[in-house]
Design a protein around this ligand. Structure first.
Ligand SMILES: [Zn+2]
Length: 199
């Protein structure tokens, strides 16, 4: 990575531009420390309300095949989303991971046409939830923005009905029949060129 500090700043700016419209909505995080270390797993974000740490596994990065830069940038975007997203008490962990991968997928930080499988459930986390959230967002104006803000005090699955007028099971079934799945690229992703972080 050419400039790690710049990469973190760019990732934070990108994430906040997707999740928020006004500076006053952004959580008061003042410090993000990047830690590269040999560990199990891929990466995680941790810390209190103002000071955060973002850990990435060097074991994992060393084992990545294909486009290593795209994967590393994608991890930075996913973990930065955890730093900046709303995830109030009782939030559905699957949807928290879904939002992080929604931000990543929306900026095209996955190899084109990969990772959005048909089937599963709306809160199965990661790309399963992410591409569903993206599909809903493409149908309902500002859905992702309003969804993230609503996660401040998570109301349960009724969050979907409140924001769209349609209950989550109906939305999920519609998505399963109308959505675009791998190897095709959904329209809301197709035109995006992934930002090269740290350059
Ligand atoms: Zn995550």
């Amino acid at each position: 990575m050419p400039d790690a500090k710049l990469a973190i700043v760019q990732a934070a700016q990108y994430v906040c531009s997707v999740l928020y419209k006004n500076a006053s909505e952004v959580p008061p995080v003042t410090k993000v420390k990047l830690v590269l270390e040999a560990m199990e797993g891929v990466a995680f974000a941790t810390g209190g309300s103002a000071s955060k740490e973002l850990h990435i596994s060097t074991n994992y990065v060393n084992g990545v095949g294909g486009d290593v830069k795209l994967e590393l940038d994608g991890i930075l975007i996913h973990e930065n989303t955890h730093i900046w997203q709303q995830s109030g008490k009782g939030s559905d962990g699957g949807l928290i991971e879904g939002v992080a991968d929604y931000v990543r997928a929306g900026g095209n930080w996955y190899p084109a046409g990969s990772r959005n499988r048909k089937g599963g459930a709306y809160n199965d986390a990661y790309t399963t939830s992410a591409y569903f959230l993206g599909w809903v967002n493409s149908k309902y104006l500002d859905f992702a923005y309003r969804f993230n803000l609503a996660m401040k005090s998570f109301p349960g699955p009724s969050i979907f009905k409140t924001l769209t007028g349609v209950d989550v099971d109906t939305l999920w079934n519609q998505y399963q029949s109308e959505g675009t799945f791998s190897p095709k690229v959904p329209e809301w992703v197709a035109s995006k060129v992934p930002l090269q972080l740290g350059k």
